[in-house]
Write a protein that binds this ligand. Structure first.
Ligand code: BV8
Ligand code: ZN
Length: 259
């Protein structure tokens, strides 16, 4: 799909802006693509290898049991990368949208880079946890350790137990309350933006059909991506191009048509 011809993109932006103007409640699902223009590598662009590691070796409980040092070196490298990153205009455009809809706006992210929070978004549901947080295997304390380097076997300051990243690995359940809130927001919304995700990871990807199905009036689904994805079949309109360029254009359209 790649970038659309400009006139086609402009028509699609008008259509998306019209549906957003009519929407009382808006829900957004973001994936790694929204942080790509901040210099954070996405997952599937690296053909399953993640900075030289197999994903199941560094993002699974078995991988952590097998070699916690390897997993911590992988996560420390990502923390260092995120420490250097800044939110991009795509993150900032979603902050603008939250200002418009207030509590009727819900941002659900699969990302663990906390760039939405850095950008100023406040009503953020982190489905897969956060690189900033650690969880103690001994006393279960969760701590926000910002993005400082944590060494290969960090210990809990309370009980000296071993720490793990407070991140949802493959094969692990998502935080129930967060997932429930995200599903409710997807169900309640009138417009659903799906931005920068290949929509292959579940249950996060199930938010897209939830926004459509089982409701008197299905939400209008707006996809923002470089290419078509597994979510595209649910999309009422597709805005294809870098989200750091598309989302600010979309917000500008809202201003133009007044909302
Ligand atoms: C669970 C934390 C059960 C780690 C992550 C077979 C079939 C179906 C499902 C499964 C299956 N086998 C296993 C499963 C379940 C599995 C799953 O869905 N696997 C997939 C891969 C098939 N799910 C799980 O394991 C989940 N848990 O099911 O547990 C259970 C239930 C109850 C109780 C106990 C157990 C847990 C899933 C969470 C895994 N953790 N992250 C970490 O980050 O360190 S998921 C990981 O993938 C990231 O969070 C990431 O966000 C997420 C999704 O990837 P995307 O964000 O979509 O990124 P991707 O690279 O794929 O795509 C980027 C997109 O951006 C592309 O479309 C690209 O075109 C676009 N893009 C790029 N640049 C730009 C852009 N768009 C716009 N602008 C740009 N500039
Ligand atoms: Zn502890």
């Amino acid at each position: 799909m790649g970038n659309q011809p400009l006139d086609e993109l402009d028509r699609a932006l008008d259509q998306a802006a019209m549906w957003l103007k009519l929407a009382e409640r808006v829900c957004v699902l973001t994936g790694a693509g929204i942080s790509a223009e901040s210099g954070i590598p996405t997952f599937r662009a690296s053909d399953g290898l993640w900075e030289g590691h197999r994903i199941e070796d560094v993002a699974s409980p078995d991988g952590f049991r097998r070699d916690p040092g390897l997993v911590w070196s992988f996560y420390n490298a990502r923390r260092a990368n995120v420490r250097k990153a800044k939110p991009n205009p795509g993150h900032l455009a979603l902050v603008e949208m939250e200002k418009r809809w207030g509590t009727k706006f819900c941002l659900v992210t699969q990302n663990v880079d906390s760039l939405h929070f850095e950008a100023g978004s406040r009503n953020v549901l982190e489905l897969h946890g956060s690189l900033r947080r650690t969880r103690c295997l001994g006393c279960f304390t969760i701590q926000d350790r910002e993005l400082e380097p944590l060494g290969d076997s960090p210990q809990c300051p309370h009980c000296r137990g071993s720490l793990r990243p407070d991140i949802v690995w493959f094969g692990e359940g998502l935080p129930e309350a967060v997932l429930d809130a995200a599903m409710q927001a997807a169900y309640d919304c009138d417009a659903f933006l799906v931005v920068g995700t290949s929509a292959v990871v579940y249950p996060a990807a199930s938010l897209v059909p939830i926004a459509k199905r089982g409701k008197a009036v299905p939400a209008k689904v707006i996809e923002v991506n470089l290419t078509e994805t597994d979510a595209s079949s649910y999309a009422d309109v597709g805005l294809y191009g870098p989200s750091g360029q598309i989302l600010p254009k979309l917000v500008k359209k809202l201003d133009e048509t007044g909302s």
